[in-house]
Design a protein around this ligand. Structure first.
Ligand code: HEC
Length: 479
């Protein structure tokens, strides 16, 4: 059973370990997926920002010069319409259109420190990044930011540097188209210098929306892992069950071996217990013979002698029945009074108790019913008593008393078996129920006996433990 307990605790431990492992793996998995999702988003964001920059370049380098050329022939000199002349407006328009198609909620923004349109005014955080771009330290900026308890993925890129052509509208306001000045005023967005960086574009995406966008991957991945985990648990359970069955078989074998050993030791007891009644019987017969020879065998005397003989035979029958019952290999589950079981154990051991001068006191404070295999419990008592007997002999103690008591406490049925055969070393007392454990106090022959007691008691849903007393030890069995 010690091994059994080991396996049982191990199983709990393994399950616990697996749950922790599963939690860690799940966490790592989700983190990994999150990283992957963000990387994916980053890639897409970069490509979107590149597109926006490309549109800006297209307007700056191709569209606007063409329109400027056309101005002289087809438009009025002060013609201005941001829808075809401002790369910022066009990019924003195209971006908005593109965004409608997307499931992910991107927040696109163009920010400048000196904007023409105040909606492009950069805040502190944005100015900081913009300055990094200006210093030329980085080509793009990427970070996770928190705003109002929401996490965002933030990716920024600088726009193209100021060219000479930009100064037409962002240089001196006097040079700018009048239509533009009328629309935007002349206070901000001017006096830019060639090769300076005016602004940056960025995308901000809520992490939750990225995760939600990838929810299917998360669910499939999570489910797959869950099933793998369940399969693992089932496999471990099957292995554990097999192991338990093997363990049980082993234990049954041990119990059986011990029974055989106990029985072997008791064969001598049978003949010993029959010796006296057999002698008595033989006396009775001699007596009868003498009486009959002397013709003194009256009817009364005959009846009396027959009764005497019958008593002896009855005693012998009882003895042999006790042994026969105990030797029976059948495991019969039944209700038994604990007193009967203790008394039967005492009867079976009578010869041995007499021989070694052991006093076995049965003190029934409260009787209770034991449901189970009677023989098994008898085996337990015999093992405990044999164990005490060995201790008495090895310590050469004169007055040898084994005291069994039964009572009920806190709803538990309790049997204590006390002896005065000296105490067991505290260092090893916890180990005496282990198989093949033996000290000088306990003989090698009974090394397995206490282990068997534990196996039997635990298989009957009870507990057994041992404690040192002043003069000996006490075994306590609880059901
Ligand atoms: C024909 C005039 C014109 C030219 C040339 C021009 N822009 Fe603009 N730009 C504008 C207008 C108008 C806006 C405001 C658009 C709006 O309302 O969003 C603007 C806005 C911007 C903005 C957004 C910040 C802000 O000021 O509101 C940036 C950045 C910008 N322009 C950069 C440039 C660069 C770089 C060049 C040269 C490659 C350039 N622009 C050339 C007219 C011009």
């Amino acid at each position: 059973m010690v091994l059994g307990i080991c396996v049982r605790y191990n199983f709990k431990f393994i399950i616990g370990f697996f749950i922790v492992l599963y939690a860690i793996i799940t966490l790592l998995f989700f983190n990994f997926y999150k990283e992957l999702a963000i990387k994916d988003t980053k890639q897409e964001a970069i490509s979107m920002l590149n597109t926006i920059n490309a549109i800006r370049s297209y307007v700056d380098e191709i569209q606007r010069p063409i329109i400027n050329d056309l101005k002289n022939t087809h438009f009025k000199e002060n013609f201005f319409d941001s829808r075809i002349l401002s790369s910022s407006s066009i990019a924003q328009y195209i971006y908005d259109k593109q965004l409608l198609e997307k499931e992910l909620k991107y927040e696109y923004k163009l920010v400048a420190t000196n904007p023409l349109n105040p909606i492009h005014q950069a805040n502190e955080f944005e100015t900081e990044i913009l300055n990094k771009f200006r210093e030329g330290k980085i080509k793009d900026y990427f970070s996770l930011i928190k705003e109002k308890n929401q996490s965002y993925f933030f990716i920024a890129m600088p726009i193209g540097k100021n060219k000479k052509s930009c100064l037409q509208c962002h240089g001196n306001p006097k040079d700018a188209p009048r239509g533009m000045i009328e629309q935007y005023g002349d206070t901000s967005g001017f006096y830019e210098k060639i090769d300076d960086l005016r602004a940056m574009i960025y995308l901000k995406i809520a992490i939750s929306s990225i995760l939600f966008y990838h929810i299917e991957e998360f669910i499939t991945g999570g489910l797959a892992m869950f099933f793998v985990f369940i399969i693992f648990i089932i496999l471990i359970y099957i292995i554990y069950k097999k192991d338990m069955r093997l363990q049980e078989k082993k234990e049954n074998l041990f119990v059986h071996q011990n029974r055989l050993a106990v029985m072997g030791g008791m064969i001598g007891n049978i003949s010993h217990q029959w010796k006296q009644p057999l002698t008595q019987l033989s006396y009775i017969f001699i007596n009868l013979e003498l009486l009959s020879e002397r013709n003194k065998l009256t009817n009364d005397k005959l009846v009396f002698k027959i009764k005497e003989a019958n008593d002896q035979i009855f005693f012998m029958t009882n003895t042999i029945n006790d042994f026969k019952n105990f030797f029976s290999p059948k495991k019969v589950m039944n209700e038994h009074k604990i007193e009967d079981i203790l008394k039967q154990s005492k009867r079976l051991l009578k010869a041995s108790l007499d021989r070694y001068n052991l006093e076995f006191v049965i003190d029934i404070k409260e009787d209770f019913i034991f449901y189970g295999c009677k023989n098994e419990l008898v085996q337990v008592f015999i093992n405990i008593i044999n164990n005490a007997k060995d201790a008495f002999i090895s310590k050469d103690i004169d007055k040898r008393v084994i005291h069994a008591q039964t009572y009920v406490e806190d709803g538990k049925d309790i049997i204590t078996i006390k002896n005065n055969a000296g105490s067991i070393d505290e260092k090893v007392i916890g180990k005496i129920f282990e198989p093949y454990f033996s000290t000088k106090d306990l003989s090698v022959a009974t090394g397995i006996g206490l282990y068997i007691c534990k196996v039997i008691i635990e298989s009957n849903k009870g507990t057994i433990d041992v404690k040192n007393l002043d003069e000996g030890v006490v075994f306590t069995i609880k059901f």
